[in-house]
Design a protein around this ligand. Structure first.
Ligand code: HEC
Ligand code: HEC
Length: 428
């Protein structure tokens, strides 16, 4: 017997209803976590974050006076060529220390997306390409970058020595400031920059005077780093979930995560292979990988680590340089640094604890949403430069992509940093 139009319509409606019920309600609960899974989850939990080790290259890294000084410097727009850019212009506390733009905007346009500062005290490398190996050495770059603060080290050193408040704070920490008042020895503008005038003035200075300026300049970075060491991620719902799970019965975990988020977590550590690179309590291995992120049309693909490596090795402010406070120069990261052609187009794995409010994502802000980025991982395109390490297609369904995204959002949490440090410092 031929089914009537009516019965086939009913059948279609029934199938649609069943499908939507499955979408909403089933499967209710992911498979039981194995002991191995639990170990993996524990390692991803913020409870596993070790105490921050001292930074032997920065003698004031944990000095409370340096934190206060660094806090002021971080928010101070006078540290810029036009008086309107501070670190906080691009690293805004209420955006997890990013700015919401595809590329940073200071005096001009930065070359890349602003990375978050949260938790970077744990990172052996800084920047997308790791061209700096400490927070204090990193802090010096934006100050002289023509697109960011646009200043020069000579004028910063003079500013610290002539501002009464900063002079006191500086000398209390680092000892007496040199006298920079003789402009025949210490010109208004001088630094080893692309700017021909500033560079010529710098080259004309004596070695000794250049050293004096570099010393003050590096100490500015060290005070800023002392402040940045306080900027840490706070526990998320994911961390509560893991704590509940480990303290109790793994068959009836806490309600900190929704079923969708738990399914996303399962994908994250298993089928989607995210933990190959996003591992440890900060969800980053701090290594460099090429993930085939597509450039904006017309943009030259970013060479990433292969260039960053040359820069960090040549940096006078690196761990091996004379401005490092470590007398033994134990610089394992730099001495045993990874090299090789796989570093072409590789960038440093970002933490996934700062996704809330830090869009757009990727090194040039190419992905406006997490969904767009996950779609890219799923399709695994050929890299535009170098070789995509995540080249195997994930073949995740639309539903699985949603679950993964839900899980990533559950990593979001308010910072663990005291409110005082997230505001413009009070004037003295
Ligand atoms: C004009 C915007 C802008 C300003 C101003 C700025 N930054 Fe950045 N910051 C960026 C961008 C863009 C990046 C990433 C650049 C790259 O990787 O090449 C970055 C990266 C960083 C990083 C590295 C984070 C990581 O995970 O690698 C730190 C730390 C940082 N900035 C601190 C500072 C400090 C300290 C100041 C002030 C002295 C400052 N920034 C001023 C835009 C800015
Ligand atoms: C081979 C190492 C590797 C794997 C595997 C990997 N990632 Fe990444 N991830 C990176 C790197 C490197 C970046 C930075 C890429 C860039 O923009 O240059 C990144 C960027 C991201 C970002 C953007 C963060 C930001 O602040 O811009 C998110 C979100 C992300 N990954 C999530 C995931 C998820 C989810 C998975 C699993 C599906 C995954 N990643 C798998 C290395 C990896």
């Amino acid at each position: 017997m031929k089914p009537s139009k009516k019965t086939s319509l009913i059948a279609i409606v029934a199938i649609l209803l069943a499908a939507s019920a499955w979408w909403q309600f089933g499967p209710r609960y992911p498979a039981k976590w194995t002991d191995l899974d639990l170990m993996v989850l524990q390692r991803l939990s913020l409870d596993s974050l070790p105490d921050l080790e001292p930074d032997p290259t920065n003698a004031v890294a944990d000095d409370p006076r340096a934190r206060e000084f660094g806090h002021k410097l971080f928010f101070d727009m006078r540290l810029s060529a036009n008086g309107s850019v501070s670190c906080a212009t691009c690293h805004q506390p209420d955006r997890r220390f990013t700015d919401g733009f595809p590329k940073g905007r200071g005096i001009g346009l930065s070359g890349r997306n602003t990375r978050s500062i949260v938790g970077t005290a744990y990172s052996p490398w800084l920047y997308w390409d790791g061209r700096k190996d400490s927070q204090w050495a990193q802090a010096l770059s934006p100050l002289e970058d023509p697109a960011e603060h646009g200043g020069n080290r000579m004028s910063y050193a003079r500013f610290i020595s002539t501002d009464p408040e900063y002079r006191l704070l500086y000398e209390d920490l680092f000892g007496e400031l040199p006298d920079f008042s003789d402009t025949s020895r210490f010109p208004e503008t001088a630094a080893p920059l692309d700017d021909a005038g500033a560079n010529a003035a710098w080259q004309a200075m004596s070695d000794e005077d250049r050293l004096a300026v570099n010393r003050v300049f590096s100490n500015i970075g060290k005070a800023i780093a002392a402040y940045e060491r306080l900027i840490m991620p706070g526990p998320s719902r994911f961390d509560t979930y893991v704590r509940d799970l480990l303290n109790g019965n793994s068959e009836s975990p806490g309600s900190a995560l929704t079923d969708e988020e738990i399914l996303g977590l399962q994908l994250f550590i298993d089928k989607a292979r995210c933990t190959e690179c996003h591992n440890g309590p900060l969800l980053t291995n701090n290594e460099f990988h090429n993930t085939g992120i597509l450039s904006f049309p017309g943009d030259v693909p970013d060479r990433g680590r292969i260039d960053g490596l040359k820069k960090v090795l040549a940096d006078p402010f690196n761990c091996l340089g004379q401005f490092s406070d470590d007398p033994e120069k134990r610089c394992a990261e730099l001495n045993y640094v990874r090299t090789g052609i796989e570093l072409i187009g590789a960038t440093r794995t970002p933490s996934l604890r700062n996704l809330g409010g830090t869009a757009p994502y990727s090194h040039k802000g190419q992905n406006e949403t997490i969904a767009a980025l996950l779609d890219l991982y799923n399709r695994a395109p050929l890299a535009m430069i170098g070789h995509n390490e995540a080249e195997e297609k994930l073949n995740l369904s639309r539903r699985e992509l949603k679950q993964l995204e839900a899980f990533l959002n559950a990593l979001d949490a308010p910072l663990a940093t005291a409110e005082k440090w997230l505001r413009v410092p009070l004037a003295n």
